[in-house]
Design a protein around this ligand. Structure first.
Ligand code: FAD
Ligand code: NAP
Length: 540
């Protein structure tokens, strides 16, 4: 047992003391708990949901699946685990990923240290004691030296403020908080608001059941066919024969997943050759369509090549020319996240599906449905696929206060500020897994999460034998990091449209680019920081 775990463990019936508190039991929280235990620490996980899984617990909507290939969208920290788990499809569906995470929880006996149905409301750093006090929504507090936020980057659902929404008598759902019992749309007039990744997955599934589906689209997305298929057992066995080889290879890819990156400008090739390349990738399906050329996100002219290709595909797939025109994205290719779909465009050829442009806003919800530009659309069920207050939303929903009682919301009033996306100056011993300004959503997130968990665990392991009890970034390091991350984004086209990468989907949210683009360079930087005795961090 560690020195700190020998402290008083129970101050009162309602206040418990731990070495570390972890908030959230998704991919991040589960692995963090496992690592903390292996350091001999007493850790407690608080999870708002009634089960493990995070994203894959909450997003139980029909059609939900990952868009990173299953063999890569999984933990690599345990060889036996990755050998024994058998994925059934190229892109695993939500129920399968949830089963996998339940398997992980059981395999490593994690549940006994997870408190479900427990939302953390506040976390305050008590400087005199050098401990975090965490307040739980249902009452009671807990304290710990370390507070680790594994609260997720896409876990704070965004429901737009539509006037009159409370007057709509039908069922109102959000894809990110879907009933586990399922929803029967048979015979229903359903409205889906939102055509990002979630909308694009759920729309074809609802269309198969509903009497009528009306899709309310503000911005058309670029989507590439997933071409999901059962995983060939022989191909799976071949990967498993050298799983570490695959993991090593993808760790050097820009997004930490097999990306088939081609180091060729879209403007350097003859039109026929570049069309052939894009056609081959379109047929193969998957996100690597975006890696056909090296300058799609650097040059508007190059970007146009991919954008025009996808628009031509939409024209060929959607029977009604006016609908096809409305489905064609106008913004740059890739500046909002590229989606993967199964039969999305073909869905608009169904007689029971219609598309409504809401780029001018949704006027109101009424007792009958939605009103757009003076016209009423009758609905029984309203589905919001309107995304999340990404990257900072779940963190700022907790009233986090650092040294001197400074609220994190105040520190981040002009936009998130972190060092490496892992820590915030003025908030000692608080760690954020895949926090803002780390690669997070610009990667295959499971390896990103593992890298952060290991960094945090290694940092704590570094502190313990040295008698160090407090770690936080120095201000200069944080300032430089914020500038560095913003500079990378500014050198690309990613910051050129109203995406959630910038916080632009949430009214009033400061527009700051929230992710570090480039996984391998980030990992290398973290290694250098560690090699220089945690350069940029101050210990006490
Ligand atoms: P989460 O899985 O979001 O878990 C966070 C947990 O924290 C949640 O269970 C939440 O209830 C809990 N929590 C939050 N706040 C509190 C609080 N105050 N108190 C208590 N508990 C709290 N990434 C990819 O790389 N590839 C994909 O294909 C992919 N597909 C996605 C599909 C969908 C529909 C969504 C929404 C996201 C997808 N992502 C994907 C991103 C995905 O979020 C990450 O891959 C990963 O699952 C995040 O794990 P996490 O543990 O960090 O966070
Ligand atoms: P999203 O990408 O933010 O899309 C939300 C959609 O709702 C957008 O079309 C948005 O339009 C629309 N919208 C928001 N507010 C609106 C309003 N007031 N009126 C009308 N429309 C409104 O959210 P998401 O689809 O849930 O995806 C979020 C992220 O989760 C993805 O980018 C991805 O990282 C992850 N995800 C991945 C998968 C996968 O395939 N693996 C699936 C789902 C989610 P605007 O574009 O105009 O804002």
């Amino acid at each position: 047992m560690s020195e700190i775990s020998q402290r008083v463990t129970q101050a009162s019936d309602t206040e418990l003391d731990y070495d570390a508190i972890v908030v959230g039991a998704g991919f991040a929280g589960l692995y963090m708990l496992h690592r903390l235990r292996s350091l001999g620490l007493r850790a407690r996980v608080f999870e708002a949901g009634s089960g493990v899984g995070g994203t894959w617990f909450w997003n139980a909507y029909p059609g939900a699946r990952c868009d990173i290939e299953s063999m890569e969208y999984s933990y690599q920290f345990d060889e036996a685990l990755q050998q024994e788990w058998v994925w059934s499809e190229r892109y695993a569906a939500q129920p399968e990923i949830l089963s996998y995470l339940n398997h992980v929880a059981d395999r490593f006996d994690l549940r006994r240290d997870i408190q479900f149905d427990t939302r953390v409301q506040a976390a305050t750093y008590e400087e005199a004691q050098g401990r975090w006090r965490v307040r739980l929504e249902k009452g009671g507090t807990a304290t710990a030296r370390y507070c680790i936020m594994a609260t997720g980057v896409l876990s704070s659902a965004n429901i737009p403020a539509i006037p009159g929404l409370a007057d709509f008598p039908g069922q109102v759902l959000h894809t990110g908080n879907w009933p586990h019992a399922g929803v029967d749309f048979t015979g229903k007039r359903v409205g889906v608001v939102g055509t990002g990744s979630s909308g694009i997955q759920v729309i074809p599934e609802i269309a198969k059941q509903a009497a009528h589906l009306t899709v309310f689209q503000r911005t058309a997305s670029y989507t590439i066919p997933a071409r999901n298929a059962p995983l060939d057992p022989a191909a799976q066995a071949a990967v498993k024969a050298d799983y570490q080889g695959l993991r090593q290879r993808v760790s050097l890819m820009p997004i930490g997943a097999e990306f088939y990156h081609r180091d060729v400008s879209a403007l350097a090739e003859a039109p026929a050759a570049r069309e052939a390349e894009m056609e081959a990738r379109w047929r193969k399906g998957g996100t690597s369509f975006g890696a056909a050329f090296n300058d799609l996100m650097l040059s508007k002219e190059a970007n146009q090549v991919a954008a025009d290709f996808v628009r031509a595909k939409i024209r060929s797939l959607v029977a009604d020319a006016a609908t096809a025109e409305r489905l064609m994205p106008k913004q740059l290719f890739g500046c909002k996240r590229i989606c993967l779909d199964t039969d999305y465009y073909a869905t608009f050829n169904r007689p029971n599906v219609s598309l409504v442009d809401v780029s001018g806003g949704i006027e109101a919800a009424t007792a009958q449905g939605l009103r757009v530009a003076g016209r009423d659309y009758a609905l029984d069920t309203l589905v919001f696929a309107t995304g999340f207050d990404a990257m900072t939303g779940a963190l700022l929903k907790v009233d986090i206060r650092g040294v001197g009682g400074l609220p994190l919301s105040q520190k981040w009033a002009e936009g998130a500020r972190t060092y490496l996306g892992l820590q915030v100056q003025g908030f000692p011993n608080l760690f954020t897994i895949t926090g803002p300004q780390s690669p997070s959503v610009f990667t295959n997130m499971v390896p990103s999460i593992e890298q952060h968990v290991e960094f945090i665990a290694d940092c704590i392991a570094y502190m313990q034998p040295r008698g160090l009890t407090r770690v936080e970034p120095v201000k200069a390091a944080e300032d430089a990091w914020v500038e560095h991350v913003g500079g990378i984004a500014a050198s690309t086209l990613y910051a050129s449209c109203n995406s959630w990468y910038l916080g632009a989907n949430i009214p009033g949210k400061p527009r700051v680019f929230l992710a570090h683009i480039g996984f391998p360079t980030y990992v290398q930087r973290c290694r250098e920081v560690v090699a220089k005795d945690y350069e940029g961090f101050a210990f006490a």
